[in-house]
Design a protein around this ligand. Structure first.
Ligand SMILES: NC(=O)C1=CN([C@@H]2O[C@H](COP(=O)(O)OP(=O)(O)OC[C@H]3O[C@@H](n4cnc5c(N)ncnc54)[C@H](O)[C@@H]3O)[C@@H](O)[C@H]2O)C=CC1
Ligand SMILES: O=C(O)[C@@H]1CCC=N1
Length: 287
């Protein structure tokens, strides 16, 4: 039986998320020969090619020349310069997928050759262990087949949901940035355990297992979080006392404020990436 051919793929930017994407592609059936990574840092490029066997020596423009799929994984502030660099070298029909927070599809479509299919993805770092959550949204030239290819590329990362582009800033605020809120909670719980006399190692293991187990229980039962919380809360017991203290300290309001701040920041990053009205869109391709 022959393996299904995968589109040749260039991952631009091999940082935290670029590496997660490379790892996911290789798990999803791409071979190391199918994947090029580009990196501004030569040391990081060597690290990635050593770890995954992928080619990581080419500049962005050279890497996209032979690619059917381009994954943009540089910081939002770097996206405009990378698009200007690759636009002349993109082959017609190459799908451009970006994980950059906030940067709207319109920015890619204005900078890339007319008709280039674009899909935006908002993943998160638990993708590294196959427990991620990603929202994906199509640009105006992306078809159902393009979305299906993105789903195939992300198959090893965890949950992948199709959303409208207008919802991606909210997805960023909840699941994109969300792991940091969960780690914040784990850290706070562990610290509290130390305060109450547990060793740090034990307190951390208990906090991690508790958050992991609670997420698994919510996912497997599908029960509302309030119902699950009620089941922990014996009348007059310890949990209601603890939850009342969370309320008194405004923790729920803090979570909402955190998500709102992340949402606003995502929108600001997007606004900063938009070209000035005088900029010339629609570059020609290299011949
Ligand atoms: N880290 C996360 O949890 C998530 C990140 N993202 C998005 O992923 C993108 C990358 O973020 P991270 O991986 O966290 O950042 P990072 O800083 O770890 O990685 C960015 C990488 O791009 C490289 N780079 C910079 N300029 C370059 C260029 N011109 N060509 C090629 N490589 C270049 C840097 O050397 C660096 O290794 C961002 O746009 C971010 O919004 C999206 C969802 C989650
Ligand atoms: O903090 C950031 O900007 C990126 C996007 C979502 C998670 N990390």
């Amino acid at each position: 039986m022959t393996a299904t051919a995968r589109p040749h793929t260039a991952v631009l930017g091999g940082g935290v998320m670029g590496e997660a994407l490379v790892s996911a592609l290789l798990t999803a059936g791409w071979t190391a020969d199918d994947v090029d990574v580009t990196e501004r840092s030569a040391a990081r490029a060597m690290e990635l090619s050593g770890r995954y066997g992928v080619r990581a020596a080419d500049p962005n423009r050279k890497a996209v020349k032979g690619a059917d799929l381009v994954l943009v994984a540089v910081k939002p502030q770097v996206v405009p310069e990378v698009l200007a660099e690759i636009a002349p070298a993109l082959r017609p029909g190459t799908l451009v997928v970006s994980v950059a927070a906030g940067v709207p599809v319109a920015v890619y479509e204005a900078a890339l050759p007319e008709g280039t299919p674009v899909v935006r993805v908002m993943p998160n770092t638990p993708a590294l262990v196959g427990k991620g959550a990603s929202g994906i949204a199509p640009g105006s030239h992306a078809t159902d087949e393009h979305l299906a290819l993105v789903e195939e590329a992300l198959a090893a990362t965890g949950l992948v949901v199709r959303v409208a582009e207008k919802d991606l800033d909210a997805v960023t605020a909840i699941s994109g940035s969300g792991p940091a809120y969960a780690f914040y909670l784990i850290d706070a719980m562990a610290e509290a355990g130390v305060l109450l006399g547990l060793t740090r190692d034990l307190a951390t293991r208990l906090a991690v297992a508790t958050v992991e187990g609670s997420a698994a229980l919510a996912a497997q039962t599908g029960d509302h979080p309030v119902v699950l919380r009620e089941r922990v809360s014996s009348p007059g017991g310890t949990t209601v006392a603890g939850v009342a203290a969370l309320d008194a300290h405004g923790v729920r309001a803090g979570v909402v404020a955190a998500a709102r701040a992340a949402y606003d920041r995502s929108r600001a990053l997007g606004a900063a990436a938009r070209p000035t009205p005088t900029a010339e869109p629609g570059p020609a391709r290299d011949e």
